[in-house]
Design a protein around this ligand. Structure first.
Ligand code: COA
Length: 443
C-alpha cells in the first residue's frame, strides 16, 4: 500500500519512472515545436541540448526554432549601427541585415555543432543526431506600419510543412532560424516566436513549447498558474493583470497557436534546469500549459475507471472518511459515478444513487489531496445535482463524518435518520455515526 511504503531513493526513482512512463508512451512519434531565444545559448546551453537529445531518442519529432536577439544586438553595437524598435519589432536596414545574417548564421552553426557532439560523458553518449536546416520558411516584408518602413523585417508567409515532415520522418531534427526567404530571393529577419507558432500550426504539432526568460504566469496570490484553457488565457491577456513583456509575448504566441489548431502550448522558464523534462514527463509540470482541448474532463465513469477510483478512495476509507467499497461492488455500481480525469489519472469522483420517491444519495465525493481547494469539489457537486435534476430527483441527501461544513456551505441542511428512505435507513451504520445532510433541488 502506497501510504505504508518507506520512501527510499530507489523508491523515488521507481515512482518517477512509473510516473513518466505514460508520457514516454504518449509522446512517441508526436511532433513538438520547441522555441528558445538567443539568450538560451549561454554557459548552460549543453543542459538544454542534452534534454533535447533525450527527447529525440524517445522518438519525439523535434522542430527547434532559435531566436538570436542578443547576438544580433551585440553585432549591431559593435558595428556602431542604430538599433531601432517600433512596437517591439526591429527595423532592419541594410547594415542591420548584414548583422542579422552574420549573427543568425553563426548561431545556427553553433547549435548544429552542439547537436552533433558525441555527447561524451552524458546520459546521451553515443547518440547520433541528424539535423536539417534549410529554406523551409517563406517570408514577405512587414512593410510600412504606423508610417515606419520596416525594410528587411519580414513576416511569415508560408511554412513548407511537407518538406519539414519529410525530414522528421527520416529521423532528423529540423532547426529553424528567425530568417525567411522571399520568392524574389530576398532575406527577411523574422521573429522566432512567429516562426515557431507558424511552424506548429502548419505541422498540426502536438505541442508548441516556448522557453521564456521570465518565470511563468502567476495568479493573484503569486502562485504559478499551471494550466489554462484557451479562453482563460485570452481572458488573462485581456485583463488588467500585470504580465511582464516577455511572458505576455509568449502567452500571445501560445494563444495564437492554439486558436489555429495547436493542441497544447507550454511556457517554461528557461532558467529551470531540466524544466523541459519536468514539464513533459510529470503530471503537473513546472510551466504554464495553454490547452486548446479540455485538459481536464468531468465525465461519467466507465469500467476502466474502477482501478483509478479505488486508488483515490482507499486511503480515505482507511482514515474512516469514506465507507469501504469492494472492487466488485464498485464494478457493479460504476454507472453511478462521475470522475474528473487528467491525462488518464482520476483526480476526483462522486456518485449518485437514486431511491424511489424522487430522492437520491450523493456519495463517495472525493478529491485527491494534491488537487483540493481548486473548485473541483464544487464542479462535481454541480454535475451530480444536474444529473439528479435530469432524473427527476427533488431531494438530495448525503452522509458524512468529516465534511459537514463543506456541505452546509453549499446549501445542505442538517437532517435526521428519519429523513432517509427506508431502504437506506436499514443500511445505516451506527458505529460510523455519520451526519445526515439534505438539499432540496429546485427546477
Ligand atoms: C470535501 C472535498 C470533496 C472538497 O473538495 P475540494 O476540491 O477541495 O473542494 P473545493 O475546492 O470546491 O472547496 C474547497 C473549500 O472547501 C473547504 N473544505 C475542504 N474540505 C472541507 C471539510 N472537510 N469541511 C469543511 N470545509 C472543507 C476548503 O477549506 C475550501 O474553502 P476555502 O476556499 O474557503 O478555503 C475534499 O476535501 C475531499 O475529498 N475530502 C475527503 C472526502 C470527503 O470527506 N468527502 C465527503 C463525504 S461523501
Amino acid at each position: 500500500m502506497a501510504g505504508k511504503r518507506k520512501t527510499t531513493p530507489q523508491q523515488v526513482f521507481v515512482d518517477n519512472i512509473r510516473q513518466a512512463a505514460p508520457y514516454i508512451h504518449a509522446h512517441r512519434d508526436a511532433t513538438f515545436v520547441i522555441m528558445f531565444g538567443g539568450e538560451s545559448v549561454d554557459e548552460h546551453f549543453s543542459n538544454l541540448i542534452h534534454d533535447l537529445a533525450l527527447l529525440y531518442s524517445l522518438g519525439i519529432r523535434l522542430v527547434l526554432v532559435h531566436g538570436a536577439r542578443p547576438q544580433i544586438e551585440q553585432r549591431l553595437r559593435r558595428a556602431g549601427a542604430q538599433i531601432r524598435y517600433v512596437n517591439d519589432l526591429r527595423v532592419t536596414d541594410d547594415d542591420a541585415l548584414a548583422c542579422v545574417k552574420d549573427a543568425v548564421g553563426s548561431l545556427r552553426v553553433e547549435i548544429e555543432a552542439r547537436l552533433s557532439m558525441g555527447l561524451v560523458n552524458t546520459p546521451m553518449a553515443g547518440a547520433r543526431i541528424r539535423v536539417a536546416s534549410g529554406n523551409f520558411v517563406t517570408a514577405r516584408p512587414l512593410g510600412v506600419r504606423d508610417g515606419v518602413d520596416h525594410l528587411h523585417t519580414g513576416q511569415v508567409r508560408r511554412v513548407d510543412a511537407d518538406g519539414i515532415r519529410q525530414e522528421l520522418q527520416a529521423r532528423r531534427i529540423v532547426l529553424l532560424s528567425p530568417l525567411g526567404y522571399s520568392p524574389t530571393g530576398e532575406v527577411f529577419n523574422l521573429s522566432a516566436g512567429e516562426v515557431a507558432a507558424a511552424a506548429a500550426v502548419a505541422l498540426h504539432a502536438d505541442k508548441l513549447v516556448l522557453l521564456t526568460a521570465e518565470p511563468g504566469l502567476r495568479d493573484g496570490r503569486r502562485r504559478l498558474v499551471r494550466q489554462l484553457s484557451l479562453a482563460e488565457a485570452e481572458r488573462a491577456l485581456g485583463s488588467r493583470r500585470r504580465i511582464g513583456d516577455d511572458l505576455r509575448r509568449h502567452l500571445e504566441l501560445a494563444v495564437s497557436g492554439c486558436r489555429r489548431g495547436v493542441k497544447r502550448a507550454h511556457l517554461i522558464d528557461r532558467h529551470i534546469d531540466g524544466g523541459l523534462l519536468q514539464e513533459l514527463f510529470t503530471r503537473d509540470g513546472v510551466g504554464t500549459l495553454v490547452s486548446a482541448e479540455r485538459y481536464e474532463d468531468l465525465q461519467p465513469a466507465g469500467i476502466d475507471d474502477v482501478g483509478g477510483i479505488l486508488e483515490l478512495i482507499e486511503p480515505l476509507e482507511a482514515q474512516g472518511v469514506l465507507v469501504k467499497r469492494s472492487r466488485e461492488r464498485l464494478e457493479m455500481e460504476i454507472d453511478h459515478f462521475l470522475v474528473v480525469k487528467r491525462d488518464g489519472m482520476i483526480l476526483a469522483c462522486a456518485a449518485l444513487y437514486p431511491y424511489p420517491g424522487k430522492v437520491a444519495e450523493l456519495a463517495c465525493l472525493a478529491v485527491h489531496p494534491d488537487y483540493r481547494g481548486q473548485g473541483r469539489g464544487d464542479s462535481l457537486l454541480a454535475a451530480v445535482e444536474q444529473r439528479a435534476r435530469r432524473a427527476g430527483v427533488r431531494r438530495l441527501f448525503v452522509l458524512t463524518t468529516q465534511a459537514a461544513h463543506w456541505f452546509r456551505e453549499r446549501g445542505f441542511r442538517p437532517g435526521e435518520l428519519a429523513d432517509l428512505p427506508v431502504k437506506r435507513r436499514a443500511l445505516y451504520n451506527y458505529q460510523r455515526n455519520s451526519k445526515v445532510f439534505i438539499k432540496e433541488l429546485d427546477d
